[in-house]
Design a protein around this ligand. Sequence first.
Ligand code: NDP
Length: 532
Amino acid sequence: MLTDLQIAANVSGRKIASVNPATGELLREFECATEPEVQATVERARVAQPAWAELGIRRRLDLVSKFQRLLHQKKSELAQLVTREAGKPYVEALLTEVLVVLDAARFLIENAYRMLRDDPVPHGNLAMKTKSGHLVREPYGVIGIISPWNYPFSIAATDSLAALVAGNAVVVKPSEFTSLTAMELASLLHEAGIPEDVFQVIVGDGATGAALTNAAIDKLVFTGSVSTGKRIAQAAAARLLPVVLELGGKDPMLVLDDANVEIAASGAVWGAFVNAGQACLSVERCYVHRSLYEPFLEACVRKTGELRVGNGTDPETDIGPLIRERQLRNVESQVEDARAQGARVLAGGKRLPELGANFYAPTVLADATPGMRIMREETFGPVLPVTPFESDEDAVRLANDSEYGLAASVWTSDRTRGEALARRVQAGTVMVNDVVSCFGISEAPHGGVKASGIGRSHGRLGLEEMVRIKYLDADRLPGVEKVWWYGYGKNFTRQMEGLLDLQFARGLGRRLRGAVRAAGALKGKHRRSEIK
Ligand code: NDP
């Protein structure tokens, strides 16, 4: 039976729009790719992929270097485009989009050749010593990438670069809100020399994404919400399509009793409000030791009061608009729910209509409790809910009391204590004395546990997601029959018992006796006399 999304994907003429969230200006309208168009795109990628893989990793990395140079030359235009389409301040676009991608390219240029090389697999079992094994990394073929609007360039680009370097062709379906940024990524990659059919972008809505999931791709890397991630996992399960799912988060921040209040408050304010709180890694729950609670709140409110909200093109702006009014309504309803249940609104807690339809004031909430929606659901807006805790034990319990597990942070002046606590927090990443910036460490794997996802992007583990592992084993003595081939019998059984004793018996004497018995097996054909 066709789902509503599949039916929608067959219909041509569906339109999406790229709109500046700060001003409401229509930047461009697009027609959504239909299911047949998506299939044809994937087919072109499939045809182009073998030659791309054949090119070899060094040549592919040369093209990544060219892309890196071009991106650096066009850094300002690219960051301005991201600001116009996604709303974030220009300097954030430079740092969290352009710099992240320049550095991801640097990471691949420096490491991918070594990381994608065959790895020898030495054999410990004595019976297998005549063999030589290797792990071989092969491209999947065509990798589909479905990406969100909040980091429209860096997410699509870092995943695509890793997939391309590994020898795959790539088809990207960006969020319907940020098609222009994805098209700019395509144009930079093509200008660098990556063939057009090896990297393609299909624009469209959720139905177009569903069509890509159902097309003849070999793996899907999806970044987005938990609800869409679950639908994708279901569709993928039906045909055992491998997937990476980078989903939402409800990241806790734990401020221990020995933390520096001023520093931790600055980290909390930035971590909660960066990209107007629309970051998968943003601080969504802040737990503070009771002894620091009031000074911490005071510092957060003071620092929040100094922030300037406005159009991201203005260099003085700290916080831009939310992506759409619908997003604002979600934030608003969570804040109202918290307020109704007794949370104190110490800053913000309201829209800023004088700036435009999508602006929400950065908000500090005190006395948030675990039952409130603001402490359970992903907020994806500029809200910092704060709760006191009594002990480290308490802090760990509160942090782990969530269906999500993307990232977390621990704040303390004692690094050893912080690292020990970090090990007890259920999350894909835990930072001690910082937030969010792990996304900018190209070497660090990115991804979550629990409902926050499956698999990893970035770094070595992200690169490994883009290849199939083949185990290749070659025998060094092809002219010799293996002792374990047929020819079973009493003698052979005793010899094999000897082999097990040689390797695993306790005591040198038993091992040596085992060796003597096992040695008989090396004579090979002797056993055949027992076969009737
Ligand atoms: P969505 O899940 O709404 O959308 C993500 C992408 O999936 C978009 O391109 C969307 O298209 C597409 N899509 C929607 N429905 C389907 C479908 N049925 N089948 C296939 N594709 C579909 O997320 P958002 O774009 O709103 O992004 C925000 C979410 O992403 C947050 O939850 C955030 O935490 C998460 N995120 C996670 C990150 C991580 O690394 N873990 C990083 C960044 C964000 P369209 O937009 O056109 O509907």
